[in-house]
Design a protein. Structure first.
Length: 343
């Protein structure tokens, strides 16, 4: 029998420790060399921010683990059945609530499209899905306040409906004719299995495999949130210390539409992920970023960040993908204008 251990490549030190943790250590090392007196304030700021957010992290981890263990995500497939107008509205609302990761969206949407789900309903789901979920709501409300979290959730559903109904109205146009790639790329970190069959089991603890799903999902999400929020809070501490407030206020401050549009434009390249973006927005607001620019930043960045965009690019032709980005940008600007008016 062949020696499997010797034939399997050993993971690198980089992958075993984790890239985010290594980046954290490198940041602290750089601060220690360039400004030693700032090391301890940076560490204490990060630790205090994590402690403040801990209850929200705990709720987020529990909520996602419970939904995974019960199989509640299977209910999402029912959204893509029935009247198209109803489908679009429900897809936008469920997309803004369901705890999907982007790699799960790919095989799920591929299956729905193969079964004949209209592109308009899929577009609504795609636009809303990366913007809000139970974990995101908990983290956002804990850092930026309940009002911002609720407004972002409403914006997520609104943008989903906007894109969905616009796609429905233009369904016969050249833009949306024959929208799918010939061979959709449905691979992903979650594989291509179909986890959406059967009824949810709400008393998941009665089955050993579901208890294991709850444990594994909880641990995975706890580590994920901890590492990304630690990095984000550390960056927030450094931004507050070194980025001039007047510069941020001059570029992204004010009450006009300019900062809102700029917030949407810079949202994508500046985005780490939805969770890590929250502390960065908190720091930018403290430095003078306008409320409207903050909302357009998180909306445009969330929809166009790499994981969410790949889920769309993998299945549809480029013209449909760029329509998706256009809906996201337009919706982000409109959400920023609305939030600027009421905040």
């Amino acid at each position: 029998m062949a020696d499997i251990a010797s034939s399997t490549p050993r993971p690198s030190v980089w992958s075993r420790i984790g890239k985010v943790w290594i980046v954290l250590l490198l940041i602290l090392a750089a601060v220690a060399v360039l400004d030693p007196t700032q090391v301890w304030p940076t560490v204490t700021f990060t630790a205090n921010a994590l402690l403040h957010t801990a209850p929200f992290i705990a709720f987020a981890v529990f909520a996602v683990a419970y939904l995974k263990a019960t199989g509640a995500e299977r209910l999402v497939a029912k959204v893509f059945q029935g009247n198209q107008v109803r489908m679009i509205a429900m897809a936008a609302m469920v997309g803004g609530l369901a705890p999907f990761c982007s790699c799960e969206v790919i095989p799920f949407i591929a299956a729905m499209l193969a079964l004949g789900a209209p592109l308009a309903a899929v577009m609504a789901f795609w636009l809303a899905s990366p913007l809000m979920d139970p974990a995101m709501f908990a983290i956002t409300s804990g850092t930026l306040g309940w009002d911002f979290a609720v407004a972002k959730a409403v914006a997520a559903v609104g943008i989903g409906m906007f894109g969905g109904f616009a796609t429905m109205l233009a369904a016969r146009s050249v833009l949306f004719a024959d929208p799918l790639r010939e061979k959709p790329q449905v691979g992903g970190c979650c594989g291509t299995k179909k986890p959406y069959e059967g009824a949810p089991v709400w008393r998941f603890w009665t089955q050993a495999d579901r208890r294991e799903t709850f444990r594994a999902t909880g641990m995975e999400n706890a580590v994920f949130l901890l590492k990304w929020l630690t990095l984000a809070y550390m960056l927030e501490a450094l931004m507050l210390e070194y980025v001039p407030a007047d510069m941020v206020a001059g570029v992204l401050g004010g009450t006009g539409i300019g900062p809102i549009i700029l917030g949407a434009l810079v949202g994508a390249p500046a985005y780490l992920n939805g969770y890590a973006a929250v502390p960065l927005i908190d720091a930018l607001l403290a430095q003078g970023m306008s409320d409207g620019a903050a909302m357009s930043f998180v909306i445009a960045g969330g929809v166009s960040c790499i994981p969410a965009a790949i889920a769309v690019w993998a299945l549809v032709k480029p013209r449909v993908f760029f329509a998706y980005l256009a809906f996201a940008f337009t919706g982000a600007v409109l959400a920023g204008i609305a939030w600027q008016a009421i905040a």
